[in-house]
Design a protein around this ligand. Structure first.
Ligand SMILES: [Zn+2]
Length: 132
């Protein structure tokens, strides 16, 4: 039923919310808890290397790693995950979005499933690893 709703919603926040419900029902960890953060245009993570806080801000559909919401101009865009490198949970969510025409949301998720460079220490890390 939740999967059917993916076809009905249009607003990107609604799409992400329905996808999060699907993630909960299918146990696509950790996205049953984390996907809605993308809907808020900001994902806060902790650098696995230096433990400083990093804010991933969504700017014109691009996720940018920054030291804070005011530092977006100095931020560095994240590297989108190659679709072939996705884990089963991530691949499921991207495929489901694309199947229902939500290519914009799929692109945002590919960035969330990708790699970011810490603005504090310069280390590249997998964003998924920083969420857990
Ligand atoms: Zn760092």
């Amino acid at each position: 039923m939740a999967e059917g709703k993916v076809a009905l919603v249009r607003d990107r926040a609604d799409v992400l919310w329905v996808l999060e419900v699907v993630a909960a029902l299918e146990d696509l960890s950790p996205w049953q808890r984390e996907l809605d953060r993308l809907a808020n245009d900001e994902v806060e993570v902790e650098c696995p290397s230096c433990s400083d806080y990093i804010y991933l801000e969504l700017v014109d559909s691009a996720l940018v790693a920054t030291t804070g919401p005011d530092a977006v101009p100095d931020g560095q865009p994240v590297q989108q995950a190659p679709p072939s490198d996705l884990g089963p949970a991530e691949a499921r969510l991207v495929t489901l979005s694309e199947a229902h025409g939500h290519t914009d949301v799929a692109r945002e998720m590919l960035q969330l499933f990708g790699r970011a460079r810490c603005p504090h220490c310069g280390t590249w890390f997998g964003i998924i690893d920083a969420l857990r």
